[in-house]
Design a protein around this ligand. Structure first.
Ligand SMILES: [Fe+2]
Ligand SMILES: [Fe+2]
Length: 236
């Protein structure tokens, strides 16, 4: 399990560990577009450098975020949760929501493409890429629920050799999902709602932004909270 608290964060602390110990940090990283899920093993200084940010300022922002009232309802502290509790939380809080969002956003993307694709051909690419992402994520979550999470919940000491390829494969799929989200964000002008053609387009951009944030949190909880705990149990 990751070990970090606001008091112990320094420029060398991996960003995934920072969020694992302090869920409020996810809001800061999301706003600054610092990758804390697939890139969770990067030290804070390195992650800041890739975004042209000063680590000391970012550390101050994280400390300030801790003092703000929480506005994100799905911010969870999983630092003391068991493997079973983490799996149940991910399915209930992220998989169920993602399945609904994927269906709803796909319909919005099709509608906006039909109405405005002739004015902005990138809307065809947004729809096509989101369709691919939807199929990839639905299949990924199905496999997690039928194979990966049951294996994680039955982990016993010495099981590392059989589990490791499964975890590595899923981390690879997470990286592909993360790259797709970056591509969709770029095609949609960073989800700038001021550039929307109509209200449906505005809802699409807003929904994509929220979906991206929830997927980052979802992947973070698997890559940086669940999988390290499973690896620790397998090696014990
Ligand atoms: Fe998942
Ligand atoms: Fe996953």
């Amino acid at each position: 399990m990751a070990e970090a608290s606001t008091a112990t964060v320094n420029p060398e602390t991996p960003v995934g560990d920072i969020v694992a110990a302090d869920p409020a940090a996810a809001r800061v990283f999301e706003a600054l577009q610092i990758d804390f899920c697939c890139g969770g093993k990067s030290p804070l200084a390195e992650a800041c450098e890739s975004r042209g940010l000063d680590p000391a300022t970012v550390m101050a922002m994280i400390a300030a975020a801790d003092r703000l009232p929480t506005t994100v309802s799905d911010e969870h502290d999983l630092s003391n949760a068991s493997i079973e509790e983490i799996c149940e939380h991910i399915v209930a809080s992220h998989h169920d929501r993602a399945r609904e969002d994927l269906e709803r956003i796909a319909a919005l993307a099709e509608k906006v493409e039909r109405a405005h694709g002739a004015s902005d051909p990138r809307l065809h690419d947004v729809r096509a890429r989101f369709t691919d992402l939807r199929h990839e994520m639905e299949s990924h979550m199905d496999t997690e629920e039928s194979v990966v999470f049951p294996a994680c919940q039955q982990v016993s000491s010495g099981a590392g050799a059989e589990l490791e390829p499964l975890l590595v494969a899923h981390e690879g799929e997470h990286a592909e999902i993360g790259a797709e989200l970056v591509a969709i964000r770029d095609l949609a002008d960073g989800y700038d709602e001021n550039r929307a053609f109509c209200n449906t387009h505005r809802v699409l951009l807003h929904s994509l932004r929220e979906f991206e944030a929830d997927t980052h949190q979802h992947v973070h909880e698997e890559n940086n909270v669940l999988f390290p705990l499973v690896r620790e149990a397998a090696a014990a």
